[in-house]
Every structure is written in C-alpha cells, then in structure tokens.
Design a protein around this ligand. Structure first.
Ligand SMILES: *[C@@H]1O[C@H](CO)[C@@H](O)[C@H](O)[C@H]1NC(C)=O
Ligand SMILES: *[C@@H]1O[C@H](CO)[C@@H](O)[C@H](O)[C@H]1NC(C)=O
Ligand SMILES: *[C@@H]1O[C@H](CO)[C@@H](O)[C@H](O)[C@H]1NC(C)=O
Length: 456
C-alpha cells in the first residue's frame, strides 16, 4: 500500500512547515504578542492609543484606521487589538500596497460588525479586508463576529414575503431601513502574498467567513469558524484564484461549504479539519455563465465530516470549460452526509440551467480511505455526456447507510476510472479504465513550497 506512506510523508511536511512558519513569525512578533500594550515601543500600535473605546457601542473604525496607518509604515510592526474589549467596526480596508512587510495584526479582543443598514450604504462585498500586502499575519485569541443573523433572513435579492420573515428562526431585524442585497464576507484577503491566519475565531458571518482571492503562499491553522447550520451561504473558507495554500488543524461549523475551492486555485493542501454541520468540502461550482475554470493539485486529507450535505464534492456548470484535475481526497471520516462523494457536472442552483456540449473536464480524482455513513446515496458521479469524467480512482471506500436509512446504490453516468480495492458498497457502475493517475506529491514540486523541499 503506497497511500499511507505518502500521507504520513505529507503530514510530516505540514508539521515541519508549521514549525518553520512559527519560528519565523515569532522572531518578529513574539516580543509584542503577550506583553501588555506599551506605546513607548515604536513598533507596536494599540488601537486604544488611537482612541478606540472597545465598549461594543462606540464606532471604533477611525481608531483602527489610524492605528493601521501608523503600523503600515514600519517593518514588522504589530497592530494590537487588546483582549477584554469589544470593538464595533464598520466596513474597513487594511490596505497596502505601500505598507511595509511582515505586519502582524494581533487580535485578542473581539470585533463586531454593525447591524444597522446605514453602516452598509448600498452594500459592500466585504466587512474586514486586508489587501495588497506582502507578508501579513493575523493571530491571537480574538473573535471576529459578523452578527449575521440580521442578514440571514434578509430576502432582499428576491421578493420576500412578510410571512417568510415572521416565521423565520432569525428574528432580529433592523429597526429602520433595509440592509443592502449584497452581503459582505466577514474577513477577506485580496492580492496578497505570504498570508498567515492563526488562533482566531470567526463567527456568525453575514455571508462567507474567510475568503482568499488572488493570494499566494497562504497558511491558515488553529482557527475556528462557527455559524448556525441553517444560516444561508455562510461558507467557512473560500479560496479563489489563489495558489500554494495550506489549511490545517481547524474546526469549521457553518451553513454552507466548509471549504470551497474555486477557479484559479492550485497547490492547495488541506489537512486535519473538523467540518460540520456544513455542506462539506467542495471544488466549484466551476464554469458558471460559460466561463473557463481551472483547478489543479488539491489534497484534502484527515478530515472529519459530520451532518453535512456531502463530504467531498466537485461541481461544475454546464456550458463552462477548462479543467479540474489532480485531486486527492484521503482519510475522510464521514457521518450522516446526504451523499458523501459527489461529482456533479450538471450543477445548477436555479431551475433554468440548460444542457450544453461544453463542460469543465474532470480528471485524475483520487478517493482513498473514505469511510462512514450516508443518508441518501453513497456515491454520485454525474458526468457530462460530451466531456465525461476520467481517471477516477477509488481505494478503500466503505460507506454504509445511517441508522434507519435504506441501502442505496452508487450512481455513475459517463464516469470512468479504476477501483484499487473492493469497495462497500460495490461501485460496479464505474467504467473501468486503466489510465491511472500517479499520486502527485505536488506540494513538493510546486514553486511556492520550495522551502519544504529544502528541509528534507
Ligand atoms: C514600556 O517599555 C519601556 C521600555 O522597555 C519601559 O521602560 C516601560 O516601563 C514600559 N511601560 C509599560 C507601561 O509597560
Ligand atoms: C441533461 O443531460 C443529462 C444526461 O444526458 C440528462 O439526464 C438530463 O435530463 C438532461 N437535462 C436537461 C435539462 O435536458
Ligand atoms: C501541479 O503539480 C504538478 C506535478 O507536481 C506540477 O508539474 C504542476 O506545475 C502543478 N500545477 C500548478 C498549476 O501549479
């Protein structure tokens, strides 16, 4: 068996990466992180020294902006958001590109979002944004709370009926005015290189909790994400156009995908997560509105998934093009997922989708050691007529119906690949093909992870 060897190997790499990163970051920040704020230290910028009240009511946005402006000018500076306080912050952007590098945002207190429509104007795609930075770290024991319940029930992108809102479980409504239809992401990183997020909790986001867009060399670990299972579109972590991302050792509970991997992502390494309730780990929907999408080199391993729509899913829209390839899902423990393993090339979240001859090609997808229970069907490979799925490899799969659920057979349509072992249930619907995919230790060969290779 070669899989476990590779898994342990990758695991060792992650451990090494973590040690290296923490040694690296502590050399430039630890002297500030635990000590009391001291404004005679020229590299530490405490928001309290810039007028923040931290009483959960006063608007502390200006103080955060001013502290950032000062921190931004100094190499390896630390902006401190101290513990024991609650800061109300309006939509804010901590922006480069003229900032120095290695800035640490030490978050030990709590930051909350405004819930009044006035604060959001005509709408914002994000609440807290870090953009165009080079080596930026957010760490600490603090909490980012989107106070999203006022948004979750806000059916303002369609005609909402009064009835719907009065019967909703989310009863907090703004006292005056209407929130905009654009729901913000709680914490977004854009166009940055060398991003670390660790320690913090992000909860009750208005929409997605943590998003990376157009970022490289990202690592996220030891974080917590939490929002109710029925909060709409509250993805845990959303990756888009980002490369060399390591995400590990975190717990995510939310109302949508635990982790969502979108177009432009490659060299993504995800390990040791607890997910659920959530919608599971998803690649896609790729190729919406006839777009080209590319995703490659994704490893997802050692994941616990409970009460989820799926465990591991790839979804694409008809009419798209491009590819999704070289994906490894391994050591996934699932309990009570509706359908644990899904490839759906007919993804459609409204009823108006048409079949098309073009589709995002799905190939070289590996499923190894996926075990647990399902509530609807164990495996669903619904692939395109014109661009079938190829190179699906399954190894050590054991999926049984949850208690009280009837046995259901795997479903395959235009899907080919190989069964390396017997599976439970037998996946006889897969068209056998010998074209196999060698497990890529892609993190070793990709450019952004050279530092790992050098350590070996
Ligand atoms: C701040 O740091 C300086 C220099 O290390 C020290 O003399 C001073 O006592 C510190 N002040 C506080 C409030 O900790
Ligand atoms: C699209 O194609 C699939 C597979 O051939 C078929 O099952 C499905 O009914 C079609 N959908 C529409 C809307 O034509
Ligand atoms: C994916 O991994 C392969 C094999 O290690 C590598 O050659 C390729 O460049 C990677 N793809 C991307 C987009 O980085």
């Amino acid at each position: 068996m070669k899989w476990p060897v590779v898994n342990q190997f990758n695991f060792a790499l992650i451990i090494i990466a973590t040690i290296v990163f923490s040694a690296f970051s502590s050399s430039c920040s630890d002297e500030h992180s635990s000590a009391a704020p001291n404004n005679s230290d020229p590299t530490t910028f405490n928001v309290l020294d810039y007028g923040a009240k931290g009483d959960a009511h006063a608007d502390d946005t200006k103080a955060f902006e001013d502290a950032w402006e000062a921190a931004c000018k100094i190499d390896s500076s630390t902006m401190v958001v101290p513990s024991g306080k609650v800061f109300l912050i309006k939509p804010i952007s901590f922006a480069g590109p003229n900032c120095r590098q290695n800035i640490v945002f030490q978050l030990d207190g709590k930051i909350i979002a405004p819930t009044d429509p006035k604060s959001w104007g005509s709408g914002s795609l994000k609440w807290i944004e870090f953009t165009k930075l080079n080596k930026i770290t957010i760490k600490g024991k603090g909490v980012i709370d989107g106070q999203g319940s006022v948004w979750w029930n806000n059916n303002n992108d369609d005609d909402s009926s009064v009835e719907e809102s009065t019967t909703s479980p989310f009863s907090v409504l703004p006292s005056s005015g209407k929130l905009p239809s654009t729901k913000p992401t709680a914490l977004r990183f854009y166009g940055s290189d060398g991003v670390t997020v660790t320690g913090i909790t992000i909860q009750n986001s208005q929409q997605m909790h943590l998003k990376f867009d157009s970022c490289t060399n990202v690592q996220v670990f030891d974080i917590k994400i939490s929002s109710p299972a029925d909060s709409p579109n509250t993805d845990g972590i959303h990756l888009q156009e980002s490369q060399n991302v390591v995400l590990h050792s975190s717990t995510l509970v939310c109302g949508d995908d635990c982790v969502s991997i979108q177009t432009g992502c490659s060299n993504i390494f995800i390990q040791d997560l607890n997910c659920g309730p959530s919608h599971g780990i998803s690649i896609g929907g790729l190729g919406k509105d006839n777009t080209k999408a590319f995703v490659s080199n994704v490893t997802v391993q050692n994941i616990n998934i409970q009460n989820s729509l799926t465990a591991v899913r790839i979804k694409s829209w008809q009419g798209g093009s491009g590819s999704c390839k070289n994906v490894m899902f391994s050591n996934i423990q699932v309990s009570d997922a509706e359908t644990p393993i899904i490839i759906d090339q007919y993804y459609c979240d409204n009823s108006k989708c048409k079949n098309s001859t073009s589709a995002v090609a799905v190939s070289a997808i590996n499923y190894v050691n996926i075990k647990g229970t399902y509530t609807k069907e164990p495996v669903r490979f619904a692939c395109s007529d014109s661009v079938p799925c190829s190179g699906l490899t399954l190894d050590t799969i054991s999926l049984e119906p949850s208690k009280g659920v009837k046995d259901s057979a795997p479903f395959c349509w235009k899907a080919s690949g190989k069964l390396n072992t017997k599976t439970v249930p037998p996946i006889t619907c897969l068209q056998q093909s010998s074209n196999t995919f060698k497990l890529g230790i892609h993190m070793l060969t990709s450019k952004g992870f050279n530092f790992l290779r050098e350590l070996l």
